[in-house]
Design a protein around this ligand. Structure first.
Ligand code: PBG
Length: 322
């Protein structure tokens, strides 16, 4: 009997690399950036060590640094000076995200600029869309809002718009609206399977977007459901999504895998703020070897089948491996 000895393939670094089934390419990583309208809102985010809210100038400088490191895609989030019930600063042609898109594209035309499309950073009540008289998010009124925002992002030069609101029918509405205005080349990356998650906590500190009342469970997905995630993804693809996303990442790797097995479109995974925070907290305490833990987690996304990984670790990863 010949003994099968899998350990033969693990003996050296070169051998391990030779037989590695997956690898992270920095060209697949996306760095999220928070851009503030008022300079006084800039500065470090306490619950996300290493990540800051950036002024417009700092955003351009950061984009330049990222590009030089090989991170050529960014996802922009705006922190506006003014909020109201209908998120009016979200579709201002001169709004903070619109200005940031223009500034980054002017400076770095090859940088791929994605912009998050949602009302929650712009509404005074903190929900992702327009509320009806009962205080619930009104799906169809919100679709109009999303289309308006999308057009201003396209106008500013965004390559990708990324609706993260979880309204029904938004991809179709946004696609028709973009196409109707000749913006056929702007891609849609849909937050298709976006769960109502505790792991968005630090993001909501960063963006000041915690709902004043209630929570997002009426529109974001419920943790126990994975078949429903596949239904959501199928709907978004049918409506014209170019890229679909699963979010958060670590607690939903099974959904990433299931989506990969079922669909052919590019799949993105969002390694969210709370996943970043919990890892950074353990690293800061000396409880985990940071570099190894980060690499292992980013590898898990690729192994699960994600093509695109949106992560606050993109820059540090590129610094070490670029
Ligand atoms: C906007 C949006 C959120 C995130 C991305 N887009 C917050 C939310 O839904 O509450 C979370 C990102 C993160 O936690 O890193 N709707």
């Amino acid at each position: 009997m010949i003994a099968v000895r899998p350990r033969r393939l693990r003996r050296s670094q070169v051998m391990r690399e030779l037989v590695a089934e997956h690898r992270i390419g920095i060209e697949h990583l996306v760095q999220p950036l928070f851009v503030v309208e008022r300079d006084e809102d800039a500065g470090p985010i306490e619950s996300m060590p290493g990540i800051s809210r950036l002024t417009l100038d700092a955003t351009v400088a950061e984009a330049r640094e990222l590009f030089a490191l090989g991170i050529k895609s960014v996802l922009l989030f705006g922190i506006p000076a003014y909020k109201d019930a209908v998120a009016s600063s979200s579709y201002d042609l001169n709004g903070i995200v619109q200005r940031a898109i223009r500034a980054v594209k002017r400076e770095l035309p090859e940088m791929l600029v994605m912009a998050d499309l949602c009302g929650c950073e712009y509404t005074d009540h903190g929900h992702c869309g327009i509320l009806d008289s009962e205080g619930e998010v009104d799906n169809d009124a919100t679709l109009e809002l999303l289309c308006r925002i999308a057009l201003t992002y396209a106008d500013a030069g965004a390559d990708v718009v990324a609706p993260s609101d979880m309204m029904d029918g938004r991809v179709k509405a946004i696609r028709s609206s973009l196409d109707g205005h000749g913006r056929t080349s702007v891609a849609i990356m849909a937050y298709s399977a976006k769960y109502a998650s505790a792991f968005y906590g630090p993001f909501r500190d960063a963006a000041g977007s915690l709902p004043r009342q209630g929570d997002r469970r009426g529109y974001q997905m419920d943790a126990p459901n994975s078949r429903e995630a596949l239904r959501e993804i199928a709907l978004d693809i049918a409506q014209g999504a170019d890229i679909v996303m699963v979010k958060p990442g670590l607690p939903y790797l099974d959904v990433v895998r299931a989506a990969r097995d079922r669909f052919d479109v590019p799949i993105a995974v969002y390694n969210v703020s709370g996943e970043y925070a919990m890892l950074q907290a353990a690293i800061a305490n000396g409880w985990l070897d940071g570099d190894r833990a980060i690499d292992e987690i980013l590898t898990s996304f690729v192994r699960a089948g994600a093509d695109i990984v949106i992560t606050y670790f993109a820059k540090t990863y590129a610094r070490r491996h670029g």
